[in-house]
Design a protein around this ligand. Structure first.
Ligand SMILES: Nc1nc2c([nH]c(=O)n2[C@H]2C[C@H](O)[C@@H](COP(=O)(O)OP(=O)(O)OP(=O)(O)O)O2)c(=O)[nH]1
Length: 164
């Protein structure tokens, strides 16, 4: 066991938003100042005391982008070992409720198709978020096929014995 495994670092939860619009996704570039300068991320921020993850996300998006979002699916969390803390990203797929984005913290935003997303220089923990998002999208495409499959018993004989 490594010494680092024995030292329990505080866990910092960071809800973040995968905002979808018309088949595109919002990617945000962090500012040149502060941590992870100019890296790309999903907007969001640290959970404050007494807040739920969703409340935090809605607040952060309001503060950073000046828009309202509704939260849909929650994707698996990803962890980043940072100096003195563990950053845990909690990604949520969101839709915009209001339109006009005004940036208060980020350098710039891009609306990109899922295929275009990997080309950006993402913060390290976001690579896993992207992977989980792609798996989620693949699941969305498979679901209609699964629904079709469930209708098979209507077409074929109900008793397995009759098939032979
Ligand atoms: N919002 C957001 N933060 C991310 C992502 N990926 C990632 O590693 N982070 C890190 C950057 C920050 O260290 C932390 C989020 O904190 P924050 O949004 O309050 O940013 P901050 O610059 O004030 O944080 P700090 O590192 O200076 O404490 O999580 C992401 O996709 N979205």
């Amino acid at each position: 066991m490594l010494v680092s495994d024995l030292i329990k670092k505080p866990l910092v939860k960071v809800p973040c938003a995968i905002i979808e619009r018309g088949g595109k996704v919002l990617a945000a570039q962090r500012s040149a100042h502060g941590s992870l300068p100019m890296k790309w991320e999903f907007p969001g921020g640290k959970l404050e005391e007494g807040e739920s993850e969703v409340e935090c996300l809605v607040r952060e998006i309001r503060e950073e982008l000046s828009v309202e979002v509704v939260v849909e699916d929650r994707l698996p969390v990803t962890n980043r070992d940072d100096i003195g803390r563990m950053i845990q990203l909690v990604p949520f797929i969101c839709q915009l409720v209001t339109d006009e984005i005004i940036l208060t913290e980020h350098e710039q935003i891009f609306w990109l198709t899922p295929d275009e997303l990997p080309a950006l220089d993402w913060a390290e923990a976001d690579r896993d978020v992207l992977q989980n998002y792609f798996e989620h999208l693949a699941g969305r495409r498979i679901r209609p096929i699964q629904r079709l499959n469930r209708r098979k018993p209507d077409i074929f004989p109900t008793s397995p014995g009759k098939i032979e």
